[in-house]
Design a protein around this ligand. Sequence first.
Ligand code: NAD
Length: 498
Amino acid sequence: MNALTPHPMLSAAAGAFIASPHKMLIGGEWRNAVSGATIDVEDPCTGKVIAKVPAAETADIDLAVAAARQALDGPWSKMTGLERGKLISRFASRLEELADEMAEIEAIDCGKPVTYARYVDVGLSATTYHYMAGWASKISGETVGVSAPGEFHAFTLREPVGVVAQIVPWNFPLVLTAYKLAPSLAAGCTAIIKPAELTPLSTLRLAQIAEEVGFPPGVINVVTGYGATAGAALAEHPGVDKIAFTGSTDVGKAVARAATGNLKRVTLELGGKAPMIVFPDADLDKAIPGLAGAIFFHQGQVCTAGTRLFVHKSIHDRVVEGIAAEAKKLVVGHGLEQATTMGPLISGRQRERVLGYIDEGRKAGAEFVCGGKSYGESGYFLEPTVLAGTNSSMSVVKEEIFGPVLCAMAFDDDDMETLAHKANESDFGLSASIWTRDLSTAHKMARRIKAGSVWINMHHFFDPALPFGGYKQSGWGREQGAEAIRTFTEVKSVCAAL
Ligand code: NAD
C-alpha cells in the first residue's frame, strides 16, 4: 500500500474521504494553514501515512478566533434555544446516518476495532448531541428573593460563555469532541475544535457534516495542528473566553497557566489511575470479563482504565488467572477486520513509553502473569499485560501508563477505611469500580472513594446525563449532564427596584 492510498478494507465513502485533500474549516471556508505546512497522519496498525492535514499555527488560530467571535455576535445569537436544539438534533441524526463511514475513519485513525468505534465512538457521540439538543431550549435562570428591605424584582440569566476553544486527545476524538461541542452549542457558544495531531480525521469529517446540516459559518471551526503551537496559541489567546481541555495532567496544568492571561474559564479532563476493588462475595463469572474489559478496552488508552486491581486474598489467584485467560481470548489485529477486539497503541512513541513502565515494573519485582512484550512486524502492537505482586511504591502503580497493563494487589481482611485509603492513594481521582454482591458494602465503599465516577459491578459506563470529571489532579469541572451546561454559561444577576 502506498502512502495516501486508501486501505483496501475501507468502504468507498471512508476511503474517498481519507484520500481527499484535507483542509480546516474556519469561518465557513475550507483553508490550508497560512504557512502551508502539513502534518502526516498514520494508520497505527501499519505505521503508514494515510493522510496529510494542515499544521495550524498562531496566524490560523487568529483567523479561527475572529470567525468564532463574528459568528457569536451574528445570527447565532439571534436564534432561539429551540432552533439551536433542532440544528443539534439534525447534526446528531446525520452522524447516525453516516455511522458506518465515521466508524471506519475513527477505527483506522485511532487503531481501534471498527465494531467498537461504531457502538462507542459514533454511538455515544450521537447520543450526546441528541441529549444536549434537548437542553438548548431548557436553559434558564431563576427568580431570587433578596434579603434587602424594600421591594425588588431579582432574577438570574444564564448566557453563553462565548468563544470556546476545545482541545481533544487522540484516544476518543469523536466522543471527547461531543462532550464539549454538544453542550457548548446548546448553550449558544461558538466553538474552535483542535483535535490531536495524531487523530484529526474524524473531526474534519464532522466539520463537513456541520456545514451540510446548516450551522451558520463560524459557529463550528476546526483547526488541525500540534499542541505546542496551535494548542498553546488557543490556550493563551485573549479572544477565547473558555477553554475545554481533555488530555494529560501536565499539559492540562500548562493550559490552565496559559489561560490566566485573560482569566478564561477553564475545564480540564485529565489523567486517571482507576482502582477496581473486588470483594470475596463478587459474582466472578461476571466480574472477571468486566475487569479484563476495564483494562484492555482500547488497549488501556482510556483515562478511566481500571489499572489498579485490589482483590481479596481468598479469590486473588482465580481472578488474576481469569483476567489473563480473558487476555488470551482477545483477537488482536487491524481495526477494520470485523473480528478484531484489540488494536495497537497509537504510536511508536506511546509503545516505547508503555514498555518503559513494564521494564520498571520488572526491575521493581512485579510478577508477570501474562504479556509484557511488543509484537507484530508492523504497527504498534503490545501484548495485554497482567502484573501481580505490585505495591503502591512502584511506578507502574503510581503513574498513568495509558497502555494495557494491569497491576494486581491482594488485600486481606482490611476494614472499609483501610481499603478505601489504599484505593485513594493516588494523585488522580477520575473513576473507580467496586465488585460485590453486598449492596451495603458497595455503597459504603462508593462513599469513601475519591473519584468523579464510581461504578458498581461494572466499569466504563458513560451516559450523557451523568456528569463526568475528576477529583484531585484528574481535572477541574465536569462534562455531560446539567453540569456541562453550567460550565458553558455565565450567570448574570438582574435586580430592579420596584
Ligand atoms: P496530551 O495532553 O499530550 O494532548 C491532548 C491535546 O492537547 C492534544 O490535542 C494536543 O495537541 C494538545 N496539546 C499538547 N500540548 C499542548 C499545549 N502546550 N497547549 C495546548 N494544547 C496542547 O494528551 P494525549 O497524549 O493526547 O492524551 C492522553 C491523555 O489524555 C492521558 O493522560 C489521558 O488520561 C487523558 N485523557 C483524559 C480524559 C478525561 O476525560 N479525563 C479522556 C481521555 C484522555
